[in-house]
Design a protein around this ligand. Structure first.
Ligand code: 6PG
Length: 247
């Protein structure tokens, strides 16, 4: 698969390398367009990466921050992806509030998804059917190969027209709002940060099984859309061919 992947001895090193890569992509976008549009995921893995990003001297006043997905909870909730980013990146890096385009998890899932899709349309000035081109999309991957809030078997994974949707995640018993495949595939650059031994099996399937994003959602972007760069720790990469050699 046309993946570029890098394995590091520890999760912290993978997080640092991922942050540096995002920083370079942001700088390149700023040089070209004067601003950069970044979309972040949540969960637990990104925390050290966000801290590294916050410590980089980037012109954050010219970086527009969006989310790949969000849990439908208030922004003060411990489950909120916005809260995680605010505490580890937005506040420390002093990202202006006007640059923050959070998914409003305090609304109902449907209302939050509609509001977010409208905010994306307005920011990017999209014509009907047009996709936003985020400069950098940061994604994670779950132990089941999900990415964003697109879990295996989710029919929305075949949607290439929509921007964002509410999804009920059975295994988490919670509503989420997620970007749909269209914006994920249209990203100018995508990074996936995955760490921990529980990601090993999914990574092996995502990298080696035939392309089937409904079964392995993290494969999105592997064959259609632009390249994806993976940052892994050794524990997550342990089942990949040549893992010992890389990193
Ligand atoms: C979320 C994320 C999700 C995450 C994976 C991995 O809202 O949870 O966007 O897609 O990237 O579930 O999560 P961990 O980093 O916690 O393993």
């Amino acid at each position: 698969m046309p993946f570029e992947w890098h394995s590091f001895p520890e999760a912290k090193a993978a997080a640092e390398a991922c942050a540096e890569h995002i920083g370079r992509e942001i700088e390149e976008a700023l040089g070209g367009r004067g601003y950069a549009a970044l979309a972040l995921s949540g969960g637990t893995t990104p925390k050290p990466m966000f801290a590294c990003l916050a410590a980089m001297k980037l012109p954050w006043d010219r970086v527009q921050v969006f989310w790949v997905d969000e849990r439908v909870v208030p922004p003060t909730d411990a489950e909120s992806n916005y809260k995680l980013a605010a505490e580890t990146l937005l506040v420390p890096a002093r990202v202006p509030q006007r640059n923050v385009h959070r998914i409003r998890g305090e609304l109902t899932a449907g209302a939050a998804a509609r509001a977010y899709a409208q905010e994306i349309r307005e920011f990017f000035g999209l014509d009907p059917g047009e996709m936003p081109e985020f400069d950098v999309v940061h994604r994670g991957m779950g132990p089941d190969g999900h990415t964003a809030s697109l879990f295996p078997g989710q029919p929305l994974i075949e949607d290439r027209q929509g921007l964002a949707s509410a999804v009920y995640v059975e295994k988490k018993s919670m509503w989420r709002v997620t970007l749909l495949p269209g914006p994920l595939l249209a990203a100018r650059s995508t990074v996936v940060l995955a760490a921990g031994p529980d990601k090993g099996e999914a990574l092996r399937s995502v990298f080696n099984e035939p392309y089937d994003p409904v079964l392995y959602p993290a494969q999105l972007g592997a064959r259609e859309g632009r390249p994806v760069v993976w940052f892994l720790d050794r524990a997550a990469a342990r089942l990949l061919e040549g893992a010992e050699a890389a990193g």
